[in-house]
Design a protein around this ligand. Structure first.
Ligand SMILES: *[C@@H]1O[C@H](CO)[C@@H](O)[C@H](O)[C@H]1NC(C)=O
Ligand SMILES: *[C@@H]1O[C@H](CO)[C@@H](O)[C@H](O)[C@H]1NC(C)=O
Length: 338
């Protein structure tokens, strides 16, 4: 038995084949140098979905432009049957893809955000931020925070159907994301918790297998060689494409509780829910993240799925994906109550 097979959970053949195809495209991409022709080629592996004004299982979506000069936009999802109800929370979502690929309109993310809108239920704002290596840190964080300011503006009417026309109380929102989007969720929340919003109030952070790292090689990185989708070779390339030239993986936005970390204990960082998978080489970095938040005095809830690989939630048929949806719903309802 090869070491590759040993580090894979039991999965249906269809899913294994999809993962293998995806890994090939990611590896082709890690030779990417920012050339526009290659970017177009990569997009062939990333099928896109259009927004739909016609309800898809109750959910409608539309694209909203924030800034044409940097092509910043988001896709807005809402469950038509919840229109008019008072307390529908907003989830601002950041897609994964190592900061370098995927988009808010990637088919997998379109499906995931629809499911969140339907099942939580929530109004979902899925952010299409700029990608590396064409745009490096801090472009992605700036795009994320600018979207928050945009939806906090009274002129933005996208939420008008969803309750809370009463301006005396604020609209509850959560910041969520997976993988690189989980890293973005953390850093955008750091800015958001220090900002005075006029209409919004931050209630929590939801990080699905967030992408953190460091110079050190963790036990799970060393052990899970050949695990689905993630390898140190791929993640090293992603950090290199994301960080400004001259920095290593101990930069404070990568190794958030590492040697160059910023003390957040005095900041009102909101309660955080973190999902970790047993077949994810990044799991030790995620545990350090949970530990770091806890040591900084923040409320953090950790959910571990022993059989989950990195990106499992792209497969709605996996039982862990349904469990994850239920946990997000629990967390959101609990934080809304407080
Ligand atoms: C959202 O839409 C679906 C499909 O129409 C519906 O079954 C569900 O009850 C809705 N959720 C809520 C909370 O209204
Ligand atoms: C941090 O973790 C410890 C041990 O699990 C727990 O007792 C403590 O309440 C946690 N701190 C916070 C702020 O949640």
């Amino acid at each position: 038995m090869s070491s590759t097979k040993k580090n894979w959970p039991k999965l249906p053949l269809g899913i294994r084949l999809l993962i293998a195809a995806h890994s090939m495209s990611v590896d082709a991409f890690s030779r990417y140098d920012g050339n526009a022709v290659n970017r177009r080629l990569m997009n062939l592996f990333d099928p896109k979905a259009s927004p739909s004004r016609k309800p898809d299982n109750g959910v409608v979506s539309s694209d909203v432009v924030v800034d044409t000069t940097r092509k910043l936009w988001f896709r807005l999802y809402s469950n038509t049957t919840t229109a008019g109800k008072m307390s529908i929370p907003i989830i601002v979502y950041f897609h994964g893809g190592g900061f370098a690929y995927m988009a808010a309109n990637s088919m997998n993310y379109d499906d995931l955000c629809k499911r969140l809108a339907r099942e939580i239920p929530a109004v979902v704002v899925s952010v299409n931020y700029r990608l590396s290596p064409e745009h490096r840190y801090p472009s992605q964080y700036e795009d994320g925070f600018d979207v928050l300011k945009f939806i906090d503006n009274p002129d933005f009417e996208g939420f008008s159907a969803f309750g809370n026309t009463d301006t005396s109380s604020k609209k509850a929102f959560f910041i969520a994301g997976d993988s690189a989007g989980g890293n973005l969720a953390h850093h955008v929340a750091l800015k958001a918790c220090q900002h005075q919003f006029s209409l919004l109030k931050l209630h929590g952070v939801i990080a699905l297998q967030p992408f953190f790292g460091g110079e050190e090689r963790t036990e799970s990185e060393l052990k899970l060689v050949g695990a689905p989708l993630i390898s140190v070779k791929r993640t090293d390339w992603m950090w290199k494409a994301f960080l400004p030239h001259g920095y290593n993986r101990d930069h404070h936005v990568v190794n958030v509780f590492g040697p160059n970390s910023v003390d957040i204990s005095d900041l009102p960082f909101p309660p955080t829910l973190v999902f970790i998978g047993g077949f994810d080489p990044l799991q030790d970095w995620q545990r350090k993240y949970v530990e770091g938040l806890n040591k900084s005095g923040k409320h953090v809830y950790k959910i571990e799925y022993p059989n989950a690989f990195h990106g499992f939630y792209a497969f709605p048929q996996l039982p862990d994906t349904s469990l994850l949806m239920a946990e997000i719903k629990n967390f959101v309802l609990k934080q809304l109550d407080q």
